[in-house]
Design a protein around this ligand. Sequence first.
Ligand code: CA
Ligand code: CA
Length: 89
Amino acid sequence: MASLSEEEFTTLRNVTMELQSGNFSNCEVLFNIFDRNHNGTIDASELRVVMERIFDQEVPEGKIKNFITRVDVNKDGFIDINEFIESFK
Ligand SMILES: [Ca+2]
Ligand SMILES: [Ca+2]
């Protein structure tokens, strides 16, 4: 799985800051960075790639599973755009 480009990482940081200040207009842009293979959902391996880029270290499997479990409202094991947006609210 390809890691994030510098450009994607910059976008990710900027949009995350926007979300934290309550501006959700670029949520879809952020989702598309997480969704590495652009199939409309974020799976555990995609989440791992992005989280390891953010934290600049290996992220334990349990932490990734916990995050998905918390956000995955319909319990299909993947995070879709609606679940993703809700996770920031
Ligand atoms: Ca995907
Ligand atoms: Ca789901």
